[in-house]
Design a protein around this ligand. Structure first.
Ligand SMILES: *Cc1c(COP(=O)(O)O)cnc(C)c1O
Length: 346
């Protein structure tokens, strides 16, 4: 039995999802004539109470498009030092949009409105880049699946309005955040200029993200998606998976969170674990004591059929997901609790 805890992106489409996929109607989406893509886009924009949504091949492209339409070259955006847009999009912020990042160094990828205020360059000081955008991530990925408090987001929104800044939400895992915190998608739709969401993580789709935005950005978003090579033809086959997942897989995220907490509770009791970061959703980040090398631990796990990755700084990450079954969970929990001799890790 192979157990993959590397990411929630490793899921494969279920037979039911594939059945739904092959029965959908398709057309050429570059001409906006794919009924299934149109249906998905309408469903997602309605869910968030925003004007429009566009289907994208990846979350990276959706984020990069949002950043492009909300900024001009030479400007600066504000984000956490853990942000996906800063760390994991290949430098696209500067490559695609000529924009730099001002990083906020606060735990777990969360920050508050006064951190934003302090990061804004004075608008009249022509030596510094003009601050034009704030990006936040919910849940935070490198921050360990942490959820934002809606009131804090509202305060940041006020700061954005006062300082004439745009506001983008990287909501790759907004589904997890809403399932966990009980907020409605429309709570977020009211606060942001643009929101990106991923279908290919906890929701179990093979491919796909959606960017959601206000009416006035429609033309520009279509244009930038085309420029970045994201105009797809009969992409209804992929969008169908999204429709299926929104109907069937959101409720299942709760199970991922329960299992992640069970893993975290167990890890905290194990003698070789130094620290487990707080677990709110499906991401577990922990550190072993210095004498147990990360490398040896990963090797030991791989040898026992479990895949996981290091996060740098001696940190390890586990992510629960739709394809992490109760059998996997039982086997993994047993494996962890059976580690009781240092030799096991050597
Ligand atoms: C996965 C992820 C993305 C998008 O990633 P793709 O692999 O390009 O779909 C964006 N932001 C966060 C926080 C993510 O975890």
């Amino acid at each position: 039995m192979q157990i993959n805890l590397i990411s929630d992106t490793v899921t494969k489409p279920s037979n039911e999802m594939i059945k739904f996929m092959i029965n959908c109607k398709v057309g050429d989406d570059v001409f906006k004539e794919d009924p299934t893509v149109n249906k998905l886009e309408k469903k997602v924009s309605d869910l968030f109470g925003m004007d429009h949504a566009l289907f994208f091949p990846s979350g990276t492209m959706a984020n990069q498009t949002a950043i492009n339409i909300l900024t001009s070259p030479g400007e600066q955006l504000i984000c956490s030092k853990y942000a996906h847009v800063y760390n994991y999009e290949g430098g696209g912020v500067s490559f695609n949009s000529g924009v730099s990042c001002k990083l906020i160094d606060k735990p777990r990828g969360l920050f508050n409105y006064s951190d934003v205020e302090a990061a804004i360059n004075p608008p009249d000081f022509y030596h510094s880049p003009k601050t034009s955008l704030v990006c936040i991530e919910n849940t935070t990925n490198k921050g360990g699946g942490a959820c934002w408090d809606l009131d804090e987001i509202k305060k940041i929104k006020e700061t954005c309005i006062e300082n004439n800044l745009k506001f983008h939400l990287d909501g790759a895992r907004i589904w997890n955040a809403c399932v966990e915190s009980g907020y409605d998608y429309s709570d977020f739709g009211k606060l942001f200029d643009t929101i990106s969401v991923c279908l290919s993580k906890g929701l179990g789709c093979p491919v796909g993200s959606v960017l959601i935005f206000k009416e006035k950005y429609l033309k520009k978003t279509m244009k930038i998606r085309k420029i970045l090579g994201g105009g797809m033809r009969q992409s209804g086959y992929l969008a169908a998976c999204g429709l299926y997942a929104l109907e069937n897989n959101i409720q299942k995220l709760h199970q991922d969170h329960v299992r992640a907490r069970e893993i975290s509770n167990l890890l905290q009791k194990l003698y070789f674990v130094e620290e487990v970061y707080p677990v709110e959703t499906n991401i577990i980040i922990f550190k072993n004591k210095d004498q147990f090398s990360t490398h040896d631990f990963i090797n030991f796990m791989n040898h026992n059929g479990v895949q996981l990755i290091g996060m740098g700084d001696n940190k390890l990450r586990l992510v629960t997901h739709l394809d992490y079954t109760s059998d996997h969970h039982e086997k993994f929990m047993n494996l962890l609790s059976e580690i009781h001799s240092d030799n096991l890790l050597k």
